[in-house]
Write a protein that binds this ligand. Structure first.
Ligand code: F6P
Length: 365
């Protein structure tokens, strides 16, 4: 029989993302509607370890007027203590003190790992992907990704105006940690001359320079090159190289945390609302150690451990520091492993298709 929940906690952890508040609101209001008390836990797992003073019972009105707010009203913090046995034991104790028997944790893969550790100690946890990076392989979208991309598009459109006036190039570095999704999709949306992401194993700097030279010869005034921050120590250098080797005056801009703030877009608010409701439903159905995923427009649950393995499988194809999870895969049936591999192939194909699209529509002549 599914566990009967009386009290659940909600927290946000890791990098904040626009739409996290909309998710907090959805979880709170829907859980209360289903007869469950909701406790807001401040500063993520740090607050869970601190207990009293960092945990507050929420009424529906406590989450009023937050749907449009960026950041997270629950705040976020890095918590090394939570990775230690003593920290986890203390967090479990705090849950028992408050009578909290379930937690909805909003964040990225680090947040899900924490949730999984709590599950092992008897606290049912459900994750909700909140990260501008969209780097959680199992979900098509994470909360904050759409808003972050809209912010990039707005900023780059402005840069293009001034590039056009002065006949310049602008290399723009965007966040995304190891993932190139923000760079790739915004590059298409702003009509960038080129995009540089780690996932592009065939990236050719000389071809990029040649494209800029050819564009300039054909009369093109402005050039936008988007670089994902995951391509380490490269963007600023590339700006210098472009100027030196093409003669096109080149500026450099790192958008950094600007991309993480701001009011969430409609798409992120909608995703947050749907994921929040799905997370509570999953808890009520007796699910735990899973996170809510969007797949082909539908809300579904992904096993946290399995998702971590899939993440490693996928990321190892373009990040040398990520090792292919050979040992972890031994725990799964050959059919399951094939299924996981197919999933990673699908993500690779998706990225390749976007790269091709970007290339196919960025020629000037
Ligand atoms: O994961 C979100 C993110 O903004 C990444 O894109 C970026 O690499 C990282 O967080 C920055 O982290 P911090 O806010 O700790 O500097």
């Amino acid at each position: 029989m599914a566990k009967q929940f009386k009290k659940i906690g909600i927290l946000t952890s890791g990098g904040d993302a626009p739409g996290m508040n909309a998710a907090v609101r959805a979880v709170t209001r829907y859980a209360i509607k289903r007869g469950i008390e909701v406790y807001g836990i401040y500063e993520g797992y740090k607050g869970l370890i601190e207990g009293k003073g960092s945990i507050k019972k929420f009424a529906p009105q406590d989450v009023a007027n937050i749907i449009e707010k960026g950041g997270t009203i629950l705040y976020s913090a890095r918590c090394l203590e939570f990775k230690e046995e003593a920290g986890l034991a203390r967090a479990t104790e705090v849950c028992r003190e408050f009578g909290i028997d379930g937690i909805v944790a909003i964040g990225g893969d680090g947040t899900f790992r924490g949730a999984s550790d709590l599950c092992k100690r008897g606290i049912s946890c459900i994750g909700i992907p909140g990260s501008i990076d969209n780097d959680i392989t199992c979900t098509d979208n994470s909360i904050g990704f759409d808003t972050a991309m809209n912010t990039v598009v707005e900023a780059v459109d402005r840069l293009r105006d001034t590039c056009e006036s002065h006949a310049r190039c602008n290399v723009v570095e965007v966040m995304g940690r190891n993932a190139g999704y923000i760079a790739l999709e915004t590059a298409i949306a702003v009509g960038a001359t080129a995009v540089v992401i780690k996932e592009d194993l065939k990236y050719d700097e000389e071809a990029l320079l040649e494209k800029i030279r050819a564009g300039r010869t054909a009369g093109k005034r402005n050039f936008i090159v988007i670089v994902a921050e995951g391509v380490e120590n490269y963007s600023e250098k590339l700006a210098k190289t472009i100027q030196e080797k093409t003669g096109v005056e080149t500026k450099f801009a790192r958008l950094a945390h600007i991309v993480r703030g701001g009011s969430p877009s409609l798409a992120d608010r909608l995703l947050a609302a749907r994921m929040g409701v799905a997370a509570v439903d999953m808890l009520l159905e007796g699910r735990e150690n899973v996170f809510v995923c969007e797949r082909n427009g539908r809300m579904t649950a992904a096993d946290i451990q399995e998702a971590i393995v899939i993440d490693k499988m996928y990321k190892s194809t373009f990040t040398p520091s990520v090792k292919y999870p050979t040992e972890a895969l031994a725990a799964y049936s050959p059919e399951k492993v094939e299924e996981m591999k197919a999933f990673c192939r699908m993500r690779t194909e998706e990225v390749q298709e976007l790269l091709t699209t970007s290339e196919d529509i960025s020629n000037y002549r």
